[in-house]
Design a protein around this ligand. Structure first.
Ligand code: RP5
Length: 181
């Protein structure tokens, strides 16, 4: 049911989570309630033509799935994982413990504590298990950071990341934000 809801929410907004090519970025989140925030990362990756997949994987509700997703991601060709969660947001840290891939954590504002709980849960990782944490609800930056990371070894992507293109992307995000508020 969750998968069907996820697909229909992604389809409504025309995010291509079901790309034909192997996904370079895995976008995962603890609940489908995180999707309104997390789909902004998918939007950025789509803008830059970076293949990606979107999955609901919970550290608490589906720990076995979290384990298998994290430990198989690299061999499937995934290069970066963006993980978003709210509240007791253990997903990004647990995933980082299970894969050598870079993990970008997105603290989702999901509880009475206004996202501070999510932020602290994600950012306060012990030495040896890094998670690159972006600002609360800022999945846009998670997408852009993933593009920059891939750009280190991808000349085409670097060209698309040029100042003008980056300006256009940020402008589009800004316009969208203004239209929503
Ligand atoms: C977290 O709990 C999820 O990442 C979500 O942000 C939060 C609330 O989940 P739901 O109760 O809305 O499914 O695990």
């Amino acid at each position: 049911i969750v998968e069907a809801r996820l697909n229909s929410m992604l389809k409504e907004d025309s995010y291509d989570s079901q790309s034909e090519v192997a996904p370079r970025v895995g976008i995962i989140m603890g609940s489908d309630s995180d999707l309104p925030v997390m789909k902004e990362a998918a939007r950025i990756l789509s803008m830059f033509g970076v293949s990606h997949e979107v999955r609901i994987v919970s550290a608490h509700r589906t720990p076995a799935m979290m384990f298998s997703y994290s430990s198989s991601a690299q061999e499937r060709g995934v290069q970066i994982i963006i993980a978003g969660a709210g509240g007791a947001a253990h997903l990004p840290g647990m995933v980082a413990a299970l894969t050598p891939l870079p993990v970008i954590g997105v603290p989702v504002r999901a509880s009475a504590l206004d996202g501070i709980d999510s932020l602290l849960s994600i950012v306060q990782m012990p030495r040896g298990v890094p998670v690159a944490t972006v600002a609360i609800n800022n999945a846009t930056n998670a997408g852009l950071l993933a593009v920059r990371m891939l750009g280190v070894a991808d000349a085409d992507l670097v060209a698309r990341l040029g100042p003008l293109n980056l300006f256009v992307v940020i402008y589009k995000c800004y316009v969208r934000l203004i239209c929503q508020t």
